[in-house]
Design a binder for this molecule. Sequence first.
Ligand SMILES: Nc1nc2c(ncn2[C@@H]2O[C@H](COP(=O)(O)OP(=O)(O)OP(=O)(O)O)[C@@H](O)[C@H]2O)c(=O)[nH]1
Ligand SMILES: [Mg+2]
Length: 374
Amino acid sequence: MANQRTYYSNSVESAVAQARQELGEETLLVDAGPTGEAERHLGAYAVLVESGSDEPETPTGLSRVHEASSSSSAPGGLDAIQSELSRLSILVGSLTAHSPGFGYVPEMNEVAAQLGASGLPHTLIRQILERVERRLGLRHSPEPATESQIRRGIAAELESMLAVSPGLGGDEGRRRVVAFVGPPGAGKTTTLAKLAMRYGIAGRIPSVIVSTDCYRIAASEQLRAYASILGLPFALAETPGALSRVMVEQRQKDLVFIDTPGFGPRDQDFLDEWSSKLNSHSDIQVYLVLPATARCEDLLAAYRRWALFHPTRLIFTHMDETEFHGGWLGLALTTGLPISCLCFGQGVPEDLEVASKPLLLQLLFGGAARAANA
Ligand SMILES: Nc1nc2c(ncn2[C@@H]2O[C@H](COP(=O)(O)OP(=O)(O)OP(=O)(O)O)[C@@H](O)[C@H]2O)c(=O)[nH]1
Ligand SMILES: [Mg+2]
């Protein structure tokens, strides 16, 4: 008698392997899909398998396939091959259902492949396209949707899922204190200079630039030079304690720009110290600056590391160096944090674009089409 059981694991393959170990090699994969909320702790996938009998493996340890193969009769051999073929076909069906381009209505396949080529994680693509399928009623429609209907559907879903907080955000009439954190070389100092120019100088708002980078030789000199070129006052906070003093001294300034060093993997103590200092000032808005050239997984790892600072907005830099826009958009979608600015080069202040949803969508679709055709 057939015996069905559900296994939970983070991959379909490992669940099937475990089932075969316990129930025998002839165990078939019947169905697989992502787990619901209640079972998520058991694994990402629920995998239903069917073993040939209620009995454990035969005492000799021979599975039915083995017995059949050793028999000289042709029907036994065919049975074994058939059983193996059906197992493989179910496994392929199940695996492809979790890849972009498969399992959607056919007209979605091309756009799914384009989004995949852009670096957008597969789980997000599935989430977006399923919402589009529902929005356009594609499963029950007698007519296939046109490409432009699908693109409009995706744009509408992304518009509702993405958040932007253009520029420096906040109320222009009120004092704003902003700090830039992120991995080494992400572009924190350059972006700070761009924003100081655009909002402090061009907006004629009394501003000050504060460096906290005393860890590397002459690191604060880069920022001091920018401040001098921009004609803005400059202050150095050598230690977390000194930052509180600087904040008091600069309380008359309506815009305070704080730069932080790019703490490396061995600087955990500094990261802890500075994050708790910045967090102790509730008026400081923290911007997480990340390179758009990194893969979504790497950006997520960086986000987890800098989450200590409780960033409230994202800035992506090095946009001019990539056409693959799914990675950084994937991070924004996963974290739910609003995007403030995008930086397209080294030029201060011109290579900075304030984030808007139309710009994000234009980049994703333009880049995705080019990436897919590359
Ligand atoms: N192509 C390109 N280069 C950029 C961009 N933003 C910054 N850069 C360059 O990247 C390099 C590092 O920029 P910084 O602003 O010093 O980066 P940082 O995050 O302050 O670096 P650390 O303080 O060392 O952590 C510099 O050569 C910048 O000119 C950008 O959007 N595009
Ligand atoms: Mg810097």
